[in-house]
Design a protein around this ligand. Structure first.
Ligand code: MG
Length: 160
């Protein structure tokens, strides 16, 4: 019998001057970057939580604590790779990811194809199985004021 499971992930990070902006595994030129213990790639963190949630493997903070020096400044692609390893070790395969980035600036659409291929490489799946969407917050709230960035992701995993 085929077992299919769904997972959901959310993450948020502050946007501040003097930090690099890493989203979906790539560096994007911008005058602000996300603040965090790692490279603060909010999209990857949401995807990790969606994957871990689908397999009932707790969350990203449980596996990669933000007080652990091992993960300080780390490339979040390593956290994604490790999360996928946990999924694969439990016998699951990844069907697809759907995600949304929510930020006011910069424009994300020109970068989506590169994000998809970068994440697909990291997860060892087809880039056609990673959907990345982007939206603004219509100038509302902390996202609208460009003080922060949100990401949402769902993941479908299965065991055949
Ligand atoms: Mg995070």
């Amino acid at each position: 019998m085929k077992s299919i499971r769904i997972g959901f992930g959310f993450d948020t990070h502050q946007l501040v001057e003097g930090r690099e902006l890493w989203l979906g595994g790539i560096k994007i030129e911008h005058h602000k970057g996300a603040l965090g213990h790692s490279d603060a790639d909010v999209l990857i963190h949401a995807i990790c939580d969606a994957l871990l949630g689908a397999a009932n493997l707790r969350d990203i903070g449980f596996h990669f604590s933000n007080t652990d020096d091992r993960w300080k400044g780390i490339d979040s692609k390593i956290l994604l790779l490790e999360s996928c390893k946990l999924i694969y070790e439990k016998g699951y395969k990844i069907s697809n990811i759907d995600s949304t980035l929510c930020l006011e600036a910069p424009k994300i659409n020109p970068h989506i194809t590169k994000m998809q291929t970068t994440l697909a490489d990291c997860m060892q799946i087809n880039s056609n199985d990673i959907s990345i969407k982007a939206t603004t917050n219509e100038h509302l709230g902390y996202v609208g004021r460009q003080e922060g960035v949100n990401a949402y992701a769902t993941a479908l995993i299965y065991m055949s």
